[in-house]
Design a protein around this ligand. Structure first.
Ligand code: SF4
Ligand code: SF4
Length: 364
């Protein structure tokens, strides 16, 4: 049974949900929401209440396509020092991962922040150091602020940052899956504020709630969405007011605008998503690894790449299937031997499901 800080309130909400006689499908787009759902056992509770919840494109590592990982590997193979978050080490590019590249002698180092990467550049003035910058609005402000405040001459950014709201827009426009409501991610919303969600409301008339990461937050979010759905009155509600304001983090947004410009980019599992990539602006072109080391990278985009045979990550990221629908889940694909990125990243749907269920669907 799941644990709550306020079990009475939780049970009252569950009773209310039961009375609603629901048959709805919701989507969240956040690794931590999925972690909360599975770890607390809430997903089984919701299923019994007629609420199905899918995880969408919520993990920045999972949605980074193979060619961007391959770019990082290629730079490392050309003798550059590559700095990267640990989670990205095991995702494969066209045929190997950054771990493999390191085992072959490349200088690839795990960092915990962009600050660590800058320090490596400062301590190694004779080397060119590249930081593989992955993440949505949650991590991009740190990249932007670091560049604004000045970095060593031998430090470069390979930007894989992405704006999150355009992915939801694309997902809804594809119309591949019926969704009755969206649970919006807490951390991203701290930066963006509510305006992107109002734009989605206007375009798709879909109920939305911004939720925090406790089980009670998820319960409240589902309750609010259910009320909106039953009343046929879609809104944007903020259940995470302890962290998210209407306007978001203005300074972080200012930094991002100063440093990045949007461009059309592929996400794993999606077609090109318009204006969803964060590219360094011209003012920072001498820090942009794609420009400075263009010669090394010119062959990457012309190579043909195929996803691992049988892997359903592409469909998982669009919410079409769950990990348990993948024939490789729990046998050929485990966190120790991941086949696809959704099993590599700790925020990936398959990794979370495997960690808490050992690969077996819990009976409800
Ligand atoms: S960065 Fe935060 S909001 Fe975004 S997916 Fe990860 S945990 Fe969720
Ligand atoms: S179980 Fe593995 S192979 Fe299947 S979708 Fe998940 S990550 Fe991909």
């Amino acid at each position: 049974m799941f644990k709550f800080k306020d079990p009475q309130l939780a049970n009252r909400i569950i009773d209310e949900l039961r009375k609603m006689n629901l048959n709805i499908r919701l989507m969240h787009a956040c690794g931590t929401h999925q972690d909360t759902l599975i770890k607390s056992g809430l997903n089984s509770v919701f299923e019994k209440l007629g609420v199905e919840i899918r995880q969408g494109p919520g993990c920045p590592i999972c949605v980074t396509p193979a060619n961007e990982i391959e770019e990082a590997i290629t730079l490392a193979e050309h003798g550059l020092t590559l700095t990267v978050f640990g989670d990205a080490m095991r995702v494969t590019g066209f045929s190997k991962s950054l771990y493999d590249a390191r085992a072959e002698g490349c200088d690839v180092r795990i960092v915990y922040s962009i600050g660590d990467a800058v320090k490596i550049a400062e301590e190694n003035p004779g080397k060119n150091v590249v930081f593989l910058a992955i993440g949505f609005e949650t991590t991009a402000p740190a990249t932007a602020s670091t560049l604004i405040h000045g970095v060593p001459e031998n430090f470069y950014i390979l930007s894989s940052h992405r704006y999150f709201p355009p992915a939801l827009d694309t997902l809804l426009s594809l119309g591949e899956i019926r969704l009755d409501g969206l649970i919006q991610p807490g951390h991203v919303s701290v930066i963006t504020g509510l305006s992107p969600y109002y734009a989605l409301l206007k375009k798709y008339n879909i109920p939305q709630v911004i939720a925090g990461f406790e089980p009670l937050d998820m319960l409240l979010a589902v309750y609010s969405l259910s009320k909106q759905i039953i009343a046929c009155s879609p809104k944007v509600e903020n259940e995470y007011t302890r962290a998210v304001t209407d306007e978001g983090n203005l300074l972080a947004k200012e930094y991002m605008t100063k440093v990045f410009e949007p461009y059309d980019v592929v996400w794993r599992g999606f077609p090109v998503i318009k204006s969803s990539g964060m590219r360094l602006r011209k003012a920072f072109k001498d820090k942009d690894a794609r420009i400075v080391f263009a010669d090394f990278l010119k062959d990457v985009d012309t190579q043909h790449y195929e996803e691992p045979k049988g892997c359903r990550c592409n469909e998982i990221l669009r919410g079409l299937v769950d990990s348990f629908d993948c024939p490789l889940f729990g046998n050929k694909c485990t966190p120790e031997h991941p086949v696809g990125p959704c099993m590599v990243s700790v925020e990936g749907n398959c990794n979370i499901n495997y960690r808490y269920t050992g690969g077996k669907k819990l009976k409800i």
